[in-house]
Design a protein around this ligand. Structure first.
Ligand code: SAM
Length: 286
C-alpha cells in the first residue's frame, strides 16, 4: 500500500456499472484520504460501503462547485488530502471537477489522477472505428435546433466523433445525424457498458437510425454514440460543385442552395454544406 501525499487532490475514476472495475489503487486512495468530494454523496457512500470503507463525504456538483472552491483549497493548504469522484467513470469528463482542477493549476497545487473506467474510452476500444484521432463531444444539446447547428459545425470533422447520449434521445439524434452528416457514415452505439444488458450495435448511421426506431432495447439506458469522421478525400476540391454553388448561392438562401446542389451534383449534404459556407464567407468564390 502506497502512502498518499499530504495537501493533494486525487481525481479518482469509479465504475461505470460493474463494481469490479474499481481499481485496487482507487480503493487504497479512497481509504486514506481525509475527505471524499462526491457528485452525489449517497451514491458514493454506497460505493464506499461496498469496499468496506467509511469516510467523511462532501457534495461537489455543478451547482455548488464554484462556491466551495475556497474552502476546499484551504483544506488542501492545511495539509489534508482529498479525493474527487463522480457518480460514474472519470471525473471532469462530462462530470463535475473542472473548476476545482483549474483553480489548483492556477495555484500550482498538486493534483494526481487515479485512472480507471471512462465510458468514452471503453466504447472507442470496441467500436471498430478509427482511434488514432478522435474528438470527444460530450452531450449534444437536447433541443433539435441547437443540436442540428452543432452537428453542422462538425460535418467536416475528419476525426472519429464520440458523444454521450441518453437512450430516449437516440432515435432523434441519429435522424439528425443522417440528414446532416449523411446516412452512410459508419457508426456504433455502445449501450450499458459493463452492465447486465451491455450491447454494442455497429452499422451505418441509417441502419442504426432504423434499428433505434424499432428496437425498444436499443433505446434503454446509457450509451455512447460514435461516428466515423468524414473521409478526407470527400472534402477535397470539387470544381463541378464550386461551379454549381457559384450559380446558386447568389440567388438562394444557403439551405436551398445546398439542397439543390446536393441533387445536381449527387454529393453528400455535409460536403456540399461545408463548401457552401466557405464560399459564402466570400473567402473562395469561384
Ligand atoms: N464521467 C463519465 C465517464 O467517464 O464516462 C461520464 C459521465 S456522463 C454524466 C454520463 C454519460 O456517460 C451517460 O449519459 C452515457 O452517455 C455515458 N455512460 C456512462 N456510463 C455508461 C455505460 N455504462 N455505458 C454506456 N455509456 C455510459
Amino acid at each position: 500500500m502506497q502512502q498518499i501525499a499530504a495537501g493533494t487532490l486525487y481525481v479518482v475514476a469509479t465504475p461505470i456499472g460493474n463494481l469490479a472495475d474499481l481499481t485496487p489503487r482507487a480503493v487504497d486512495v479512497l481509504g486514506q484520504v481525509d475527505l471524499v468530494l462526491a457528485e452525489d454523496t449517497r451514491h458514493t457512500a454506497q460505493l464506499l460501503r461496498h469496499c468496506g470503507l467509511s469516510k467523511p463525504l462532501q457534495s461537489l456538483h455543478e451547482h455548488n462547485e464554484r462556491q466551495k472552491l475556497d474552502s476546499i483549497v484551504q483544506r488542501l493548504q492545511a495539509g489534508e488530502s482529498l479525493a474527487l469522484v463522480s457518480d460514474a467513470g472519470t471525473p471532469l469528463l462530462s462530470d463535475p471537477g473542472f473548476p476545482l482542477v483549474r483553480r489548483l493549476r492556477e495555484l500550482d497545487m498538486p493534483v494526481i489522477p487515479i485512472p480507471g473506467p471512462c465510458a468514452a474510452v471503453a466504447a472507442l476500444s470496441v467500436a471498430g472505428l478509427a482511434t488514432d484521432r478522435f474528438a470527444f463531444e460530450g452531450f449534444l444539446p437536447a433541443r433539435s435546433g441547437a443540436r442540428r447547428t452543432r452537428l453542422e459545425g462538425l460535418a467536416d470533422e475528419t476525426r472519429t466523433l464520440v458523444f454521450y447520449e441518453s437512450g430516449k434521445r437516440l432515435a432523434g439524434v441519429l435522424n439528425d445525424m443522417c440528414e446532416i452528416l449523411g446516412p452512410d457514415r459508419e457508426a456504433a452505439v455502445a449501450r450499458e457498458l459493463t452492465k447486465l444488458y451491455e450491447s454494442i450495435y455497429r452499422g451505418s448511421l441509417a441502419q442504426l437510425r432504423d434499428r433505434a426506431g424499432s428496437d425498444v432495447d436499443m433505446v434503454r439506458g446509457e450509451l455512447v454514440l460514435l461516428v466515423q469522421g468524414t473521409p478526407v478525400a470527400e472534402i477535397a476540391e470539387n470544381p463541378e460543385l464550386d461551379r454549381v454553388l457559384g450559380v446558386l448561392l447568389p440567388e438562394l438562401p444557403l439551405s436551398q442552395a445546398v439542397k439543390l446542389a446536393v441533387e445536381l451534383c449527387g454529393l453528400r449534404r455535409n460536403e456540399v454544406y461545408r463548401r457552401a459556407t466557405e464560399l459564402q464567407k466570400g473567402t473562395d468564390l469561384p
